[in-house]
Design a binder for this molecule. Structure first.
Ligand SMILES: [Zn+2]
Ligand SMILES: [Zn+2]
Length: 131
């Protein structure tokens, strides 16, 4: 094997290693669970007060909830409302268009779960169009 062939082989090995590491990096980025990054909107079913908690707060609450109710038959997760102190706040959606806060499926079962009952906007359906 002469030096020229050796260089070509070494070059090919470096390129393959680079491509592999780039694929691995981009894959680990895309697998990041997006739901833990976005703040969560809560709406109180008792006094209609809406509040926003951080993704980290939500994750911790979810963990505590899973510990409290192990197994798959969990009741719908509730949060304590900072306004009326009742354990009646639920995860909700905030309309990107009119800032209305509403529960999932408020616009009826035929609409997408995040459809705003006030203006009919759904970020699942309309989100990519406006951006
Ligand atoms: Zn409340
Ligand atoms: Zn709306």
């Amino acid at each position: 094997m002469n030096d020229k062939t050796k260089n070509v082989i070494m070059g090919a090995v470096v390129v393959i290693a680079l491509v592999l590491s780039i694929t691995l990096i981009s894959r680990s980025f895309s697998e990041k669970p997006i739901k833990w990054v976005v703040p969560v909107t809560l709406l109180c079913g008792n006094c209609n007060h809406s509040t926003v908690i951080s993704a980290e707060e939500y994750r911790r609450a979810l963990e505590a909830w899973s510990k409290k109710y192990p197994g798959s038959a969990k009741p719908k997760m509730t949060f304590s409302c900072p306004e009326c102190n009742e354990q009646k706040a639920y995860k909700a959606f905030k309309c990107e268009k009119c800032s209305n806060v509403f529960f999932q499926n408020s616009a009826g079962m035929n609409a997408l779960p995040d459809t705003c009952p006030k203006c009919g906007y759904s970020s699942i359906r309309d989100g990519n169009k406006t951006k």
